[in-house]
Structure formats: C-alpha cells, structure tokens
Design a protein around this ligand. Sequence first.
Ligand code: ZN
Length: 457
Amino acid sequence: MVVRAYRFALDLTRRQERAVLAHAGAGRVAYNWALARVKAVMEQRGAERSYGIAESGLTPTIEWSLPALRKAWNAAKPDVAPWWAECSKEAFNTGLDALVRGVNSWSDSRTGKRAGRRVGFPRFKSRRRSTPSVRFTTGAIRVEPDRKHVVLPRLGRLKLHESARKLARRLEAGTARIMSATVRRDAGRWHVAFTVEVDRVERTPARPQAVVGVDVGVKHLAVLSTGTMEPNPRHLEDAARRMRRLARRLSRRVGPDRRSRQQPSRRWERARRQVARAHARVANLRRDGLHKLTTRLAREYGTIVVEDLNVAGMLRNRRLARRIADAGFGELRRQLAYKTTWNGGHLVVADRWYPSSKTCSACGTVKAKLALSARTYTCTTCGLVLDRDVNAARNLAALARQATTAGSGPVAGRGADRKTRPGGPVAVKRQPGTTQVGKAGTVPQDGTANHMLTRAH
Ligand SMILES: [Zn+2]
C-alpha cells in the first residue's frame, strides 16, 4: 500500500465557491479559537511561574490533542459560532487539526525531536492572508461515473476542469481507496486533491543495470550523462517573460505600507493577483515537464544519480532563470525519490561537496576554479572538451559505479536537515531510500579536503 495524491482543477460555480469559502472560514474560526485557548493557558502559566508559584499550583495545561480540542470546541461552538450548523463539521476539524499540527511542530522543534529549521509558534489566521482550504475525511466522497464531476459532503457535485480518469480507473478496479479530499485555492484557481491509498504494484526498471546522472540546468530542464539535453517545457520562456513584465508593473503601483498606513490601491491588488497567477503558471509548466522526465527516467534506469542541494543556488542568485532552475532542482529530487521507489529503482544522492562540475569526466583532474559563465569544460590535462552540464552529469553517473564497486550498498536513513553555513560540511538531509556517496571515507576520492574550501561548482 502506498499513499498517493491526485489533484484536479475545479470549475466552481459562484454559489459553490461561496460555500467552499464559508467552510474555509469556519475552519479558520475554529483554528483561531483553539489557538487563543492554548495561548491563554500558556501565558497564564508563564505569569504564575514568574510570581514564584510552584509547578503543582499552576493553572493546569490544556491538552492540545485533536480529540480533546474537538470535544472542547463542540461544547463552545454554540457561543463562539452560533451558525455552526450551516457548515460541515469537517470544516471545523480542518482548522483544529491544522492547529494541533502547528503546535506539535513547534513543540517538537523546541525540544529537538524535530530536525530542521526552527518552527515558530502558530499565528492567528487572517481572511486576507490565509489560503482558503477545507478537507473532508468522511461522508460521501466519490468520483462520478462520467469522470468529470466529484461529489463531496455538503458541497455536492462539483465540476472538474479536467478528467479524473486515472483515479477513476483505479477506484473502479478496486485498487485504490479515497482517504480524504481537500478543496483549496492556489493562485486564484480551485483544486481538489484526493489522498488515496493505492495497492502497490511490484515493478522493475526497463534497464536495471543502467546508471544515469542528472544535472539540472538553466537553459535546459535537465542534462543527462548520456549526453541528452532535455529541453525546457514549451511556453516556459513566454510565461517567464510575462511574469517579469507583471512584476515590474506591480512595483509601479501603490502598495501597502505599514509605517505610513498606506492602503494598497485596487490596481496594486489586481497586479498582485496577476503576478501570482503568472508565477503559478511558470511553476506548473516546470513541474509538469519534470514529472514527465522523472517518470521516464525512473521507468528506464536502475540507478539515478543527482547532486545534493544546489550549492550555487544557495548563493542567493538574483537572476530569475537561475531561481526557477533551483526550485526545479528540489522538485526533481523529490519526484525521483518516490518514483524510483515505486519502480524498483535506486536513487543516489551525491554529497554536496562533490565537485561534479569541476572534475574532468575523462581523466579525473579537478580544476581549482570554473567560472559559472563557462559553458564548456576544457581539460588542460587530457584535452577533453565537453558541455559543462554533460560533464557534470557524467561525473555523477561515475559516482554510482564507484559506490557499487567500493561496496557501500544502499543506506536508507534520515539525517538532520540543517541549513548549510558557507565554508563547512554539515549534516545533510537524506530522503528515505537514497544512498549518500562521495563523502570522505565512503568512497575513495582525491583532494577531499579541497572540496570543503572551494565550494563546488
Ligand atoms: Zn581530463
């Protein structure tokens, strides 16, 4: 069994949109109510502690588990939200659940149970700033036989913008079960996302022994060690140009200013919506291209090698194309991680200090310097002349072969996720089912110490 998400765009009528917004608002009310409660008790205890009251004499903590909050909410809702009967109880549950997760993340992060960046304490949600969404976990959730409509509790029959045939086929075959459905507005467009439990099919890649290195590019979607340069999706350039133009327009409008209490102009609001839509379009195009690529790779190759976090991208680059490529990099890796698992393949993540761009893929010489602008790799030792990204991709592929001969098998594990401080190696995030190679000690490598100093790329 694997859990998969299926997401479809919706065409809501005005009335349906109002109903969804009402449900999202109800969730927000429950969220804010519960947050206020949790906060009040915590502040009370803090104050009591500062007066020197013993721990046992403090106001008792409230339990912030979902069942406990739900019980408290049901007792309080006639006063807090006299209109509660108009909305599905799932709406309030969405809000309470979000708060429980938020408080837990904050508390786990504080006690060190949760790795990664520090998580702040949950904040109140405002109508203007939050993304409207509502999740249904029980009741009538189904895809209509015409595959063009879905039925959700309270909201009824909603029209899909696209066909849900992929999900419908699985549901009809009995190999999938819907666990929940979330309706949500992203950048002005409504979507429904189904979380589905799917029977897993054992698969093997077409070429189990084949290895491919993948390097994410700016000019190309990706460059493979086979020498193939995967082109960017069609219309991506146009969409990016439009996005730049709209961003310039937005900057000329009168935006909000907290200090002078300047309210944003209507034209600013409109421009902002357009920018958000253009952003979403660029992201969608790119994601779609990446999905097609990663599916193809995971079905074909037994082993796929990618780099760890894009070090060059972490040096805040202001170039838009670069930023888009960097965002695509994380997405590529995420998709490959689960798709290789589904297809019985294997993803290898090269260490972030592995100098894939600076190493000659023919003789192994490592250059001390390689300008980002140099598009071709020219080796002064053996005379190799090769496209920069193809050279990098080839080095990545070679790394996987090294790893297998060196005898370091797959290591599944989760490491701590920390931000890299420039200039030093730190713990590196690993996805489950991936192997980390290229680290000193695991794989024989020359000049490991230098890699630390010369930020790879
Ligand atoms: Zn060489």
